[in-house]
Ligand binder design. Structure first.
Ligand SMILES: Cc1ncc(COP(=O)(O)O)c(C=O)c1O
Length: 351
């Protein structure tokens, strides 16, 4: 893992059982890091609207999908939420094709208002997956990385979805050219064949925490099954296959094609589908609700129609999210596009 993550500057990895535990580990490490550095007031955590980070309380507290949260309040304390870089539904400018990075400015205001001496970490998925495949504008992550460096806030990249080829690169951070302080992984680490999570940390984070281990803070954290050897064996075999078969490059090529096809569909049926996007093999398109539809209802009908044609897609309110296997060929991808086109045609006919 450390070899693979050299461009991101990762120096050590802590293994756990799933993505939620990997995030939990990173959040706890961020508070431990600042205590180890003699800055115990730096405890606040900043997440983002629309974020998904898992089901456990720390992960849920930094997450930003209201429907997942409401019934489980109150959350872990000292957690705040910044706006998402959601260009097509911008919290500042509404639907827009331009972007002024107003959400980055707002994050800076938040850090200043909270007092940087009290903020431990900012956590972000490079592309917000479960929230609706929200693809940030190209400079967003670099700008946010910059802010975190300037204000001494640890940057945690939650790569549970975006790593190991999904975006056409080994990690989402590499796609956007950033080096986080910590990274979290699961899913593609074993391609789902065994449960395994991982939290990678930079040399600075590792050294800071371990340098004081003898008489100061040590990492009192770990589950019975953390780093289970069978899961790790599955991960090693899986990563070898991803490397040998160059699946990241396949995801990049097939993903470029899929993105074009989604764009063509949204241009052909603008009253039914809009805001297409695709990055590697992580795609999305929004289904415009019909006049009588509740939010998300028409997207569910489209998903159901696609399922009848053998294609499973997930909906996030009005958005269809596409996350096909990294081995997919264009010919196989055509089945997805054909099923979507037929579902849209049927929807248009019913209006
Ligand atoms: C970005 C992200 N982080 C964390 C998690 C939590 O992972 P798990 O379901 O393995 O606990 C998920 C799960 O979908 C995720 O998408």
């Amino acid at each position: 893992m450390v070899e693979i993550l050299q461009p991101e500057g990762m120096a050590s990895v802590f293994f756990s059982n799933d993505g939620s535990e990997a995030v939990e580990t990173a959040l706890k490490l961020s508070r431990l890091y600042w205590k180890s550095k003699g800055q115990p007031r730096k405890t606040k955590l900043i997440g983002r609207h629309h974020a998904y980070h898992g089901v456990t309380y720390g992960a849920l507290s930094v997450a930003g999908i209201t429907a997942n949260r409401t019934l489980f309040e109150p959350f872990v304390g000292d957690v705040y939420h910044a706006p998402a870089p959601y260009v097509s539904h911008c919290a500042f400018h509404g639907p827009t094709t331009g972007c002024t990075y107003a959400c980055v400015a707002e994050l800076e205001r938040m850090i200043q208002f909270q007092d940087p001496d009290t903020v431990a970490a900012f956590i972000a998925e490079p592309v917000q997956a479960a929230g609706g495949v929200i693809i940030p504008p190209p400079d967003y992550l670099a700008r946010v990385r910059d802010l975190c460096t300037r204000y001494h806030v640890l940057f945690i990249a939650d790569e549970v979805v975006t790593a190991f080829g999904r975006l056409g690169t080994w990690t989402g951070s590499r796609y956007y050219g950033i080096q986080p302080d910590m990274m979290t992984f699961a899913k593609g680490l074993t391609s789902g064949y065994m449960p395994l999570g991982a939290t990678a940390v930079s040399g600075d984070v590792f050294d800071t925490i371990t340098s004081q281990a003898a008489d100061g803070p040590e990492f009192r954290h770990g589950n019975t099954y953390s780093g289970h050897p069978v899961a790790c064996a599955a991960a090693i075999a899986n990563l070898e296959i991803i490397e040998k078969e160059d699946l990241a490059t396949n995801a990049q090529h097939v993903g470029e094609w899929m993105g074009q096809e989604l764009k063509v569909l949204s241009e052909a049926y603008p009253d039914a589908a809009q805001y297409p996007g695709c990055i590697g093999l992580l795609g999305r398109i929004e289904i415009v609700p019909g006049k009588a539809d509740k939010p998300g209802q028409r997207a569910l009908r489209v998903a159901q129609k696609m399922k009848e044609r053998g294609v499973i897609v997930r909906t996030a309110q009005d958005i269809l999210t596409l996350s096909p296997p990294l081995i997919m060929t264009k010919e196989q991808g055509q089945d997805i596009i054909d099923a979507l086109r037929q579902a849209l045609v049927e929807e248009m006919a019913q209006l």
